[in-house]
Structures are given as structure tokens and as C-alpha cells.
Ligand binder design. Sequence first.
Ligand SMILES: [Zn+2]
Length: 150
Amino acid sequence: MMKNLISHNRNKIISYNIIIIEVFMKEKLYRFMMGRYGNDTLNYVLLGTYIVLSFFKGFFFKIIGIILFGIALYRCFSRDIWKRRSENEKFLQSTKPIRQQIKAMTNNFKDKQRKYFVCPSCHQVVRVPRHRGKIEITCPSCRKHFTRKS
Ligand SMILES: [Zn+2]
């Protein structure tokens, strides 16, 4: 009985210690990350590409993967927040046509009542009713006209 109690208390003390260590580590990590950039979309894409490349065999893929991982790590811990933010902004701008195309495609797949197109001028996703034949679409964002088969 007594022995059980002691071992129970010891377990309690150990779990308290673990909590204290956890809090301490979180605090340390928080302090370390203060004033640093952290992660963004560009970093997630870099890390995702690194993971995909790690499945490929061959020296070339390993090197490219390590470089991408290194860039992501550097950007995450960078203190030059404005520069990193503008890099991400440029990345988002340059990949906008592809991202909008994917968005329109997934919407077309999910929504059988309407059809989604990407404006050729400003890349805004435009929604129209389905099965109306060839129609002229006016982009609500930039007012550009284009014809598509609905
Ligand atoms: Zn437009």
C-alpha cells in the first residue's frame, strides 16, 4: 500500500516535470521565433516539393530536395520579414493563373448546376449557369468579354 503510494507520487512528480519541461521548451521556441518570419505558402510548397522529391531515387533529386529544404528553413527563421513577405507575394502572383485554373476545375467537378471559367485577362474565377450553349461572359472584376461553351 505504502509502496504503491510512493510510486504513484513518483509518477506524478515525473509527469509534472515533463509538463514543466514542455512549457519551458515552448517558451524557448516562442522566444526563438520572436521577430522571425515563420511559414507561408511558398514555404509549404518548397517543403511539399522536398517531400515529393525524397521519394525519387538518384543524387540529383536528393541535392535539389536538400536545397529546397534549406531555402524553406532559411526563410522560416529569417528576420527580414518584409523581404520574405514580398517573395511570397511574388510567388502567389506568378502562380495565380494556375491556382485559379485548379479552383475552377474543382468547382466544376463539385457544382453540377453551374460552370466555372477563369477570366483570360485578370484570372478571376467566373461562375455561369450550365447548359446554355455558347454564351458571352462579362468578367465581374475587370469587365472583359469572352465567349465560352456553358
Ligand atoms: Zn477579369
